[in-house]
Ligand binder design. Sequence first.
Ligand code: PNS
Length: 159
Amino acid sequence: MKKLLYPGSFDPVTNGHLDIIKRAAALCDELVVAVFINNEKKPLFSVEERISFLKKAAGEIENVTIASFTGLLADYAEKIDAKAVIKGLRDETDYAYEKKMDRINKKLYPGFETILMFADGELDYVSSSVVKEIAGYGGNINGMVPDFIAKELIRKTNT
Ligand code: PNS
């Protein structure tokens, strides 16, 4: 597969995301990891911070490109000529959401495919929101995010 797109909020990128990035990159020529800029939501980390975390954690994988986009995923995919998106699947809730997103994206960009990759069994409880909540209460987030992001989370959620 030539170009695969892995979109997300990545607020912040977790070890679950990084596991999908490594496994997905092994299946394609180029993996574009794209941070969605959602003007409706107030993220904990700025787009610049989220991109820099991704670059530090995954930028050394040869065929991984870190980017950002706003607007519809289908429009962005068409613009960069990506024929498929890859998503990590943790549970049934993810499945129901991704099934709906696939229908929407296919309507907007006919032929566009969603590829689902099961999350690592050791990491399928990890999400950016869970990590932020635990860090906010001073809990232990070791193993859920890279150490440098854990430090940033502790700093940010305690200011
Ligand atoms: O990490 P997330 O927040 O679960 O990622 C969700 C994301 C960014 C992949 C999804 O919200 C998305 O594709 N947003 C772009 C806007 C869009 O195309 N929405 C679908 C039509 S409603």
